[in-house]
Design a protein around this ligand. Structure first.
Ligand code: NAG
Ligand code: NAG
Length: 216
């Protein structure tokens, strides 16, 4: 701005820049959209070792349950079913009839599990302009700036996941949430090698157990 510009005397310029500085410093950072109470997503995942998986994610908070149905490329299909009472079942539905269950008091992710995440600015990902947050050095979360839908997340295990669908309100019918009978036969379980939970699901348990700040 030129000093001798009569339309914008110096004092007004100073005033305007002060106002914009104040507005700029108080502008709230974007907040991640809370998860819808119920949704279905198909995710394409790639582990750090290059293992490709498709994850059918059924998030159902009102019913206190969360399902990851994971198809390994040309391999096993694994069912990871978590209940909010802390019980989780991890099984196959093939002839191997393997199941492991465990109790973990943290329960399933809350819709506001991203509260308190660190905002890292905007980045382009998979062709979408995204706001990016990081939580607890465990998960990096990319959300479409305009639609607020999740686009991509990555984990410190090296696993990355692309959200291919995001169907808000879609619920998996009840019978599909029934763990198979061999999950409840203890003698049967002891004879079989326990299934290894994918590292990423263990990471999400850690995210779940982080206390969320109640008031900011
Ligand atoms: C999966 O990840 C590995 C390791 O980062 C990479 O080499 C490979 O190209 C990825 N595969 C796909 C299909 O993106
Ligand atoms: C939690 O709920 C599931 C599903 O209703 C049930 O199978 C499981 O036994 C429950 N676990 C506990 C510890 O109550």
């Amino acid at each position: 701005m030129e000093a001798n510009n009569s339309l914008f005397p110096k004092s007004i310029c100073l005033y305007l820049s002060l106002i914009s500085a104040v507005i700029g410093s108080t502008q709230p950072q974007p907040q991640p959209q809370p998860w819808p109470l119920q949704f279905h997503s198909i995710l394409v995942m790639n582990s750090s070792k290059g293992l490709l998986q498709i994850d059918d994610l059924w998030y159902d908070f009102p019913n206190g349950r969360n399902f990851n149905i994971i198809q390994n490329q040309l391999g096993r299909k694994l069912y990871s079913l978590e209940w909010n009472n802390g019980t989780s079942y991890y099984y196959t539905l093939d002839s191997d009839k393997v199941c492991s269950s465990k109790h973990d008091p943290v329960g399933i992710l809350r819709p506001n599990w991203l509260d308190g995440a660190n905002y890292l600015g905007q980045k382009n990902k998979d062709g979408f302009l995204c706001n990016v947050w990081e939580k607890a050095d465990i998960v990096w979360y990319y959300e479409d700036v305009i639609t607020k839908r999740p686009v991509y997340w990555s984990f410190n295990t090296g696993t990355i996941a692309h959200f291919m669908t995001f169907e808000v309100g879609r619920v998996l019918e009840d019978p599909n949430w029934q763990a198979p009978v061999y999950c409840f036969e203890e003698a049967n379980q002891q004879k079989k090698p326990a299934l290894e939970l994918p590292a990423t699901l263990n990471m999400m348990r850690q995210v779940q157990s982080i206390p969320i700040p109640t008031v900011l």
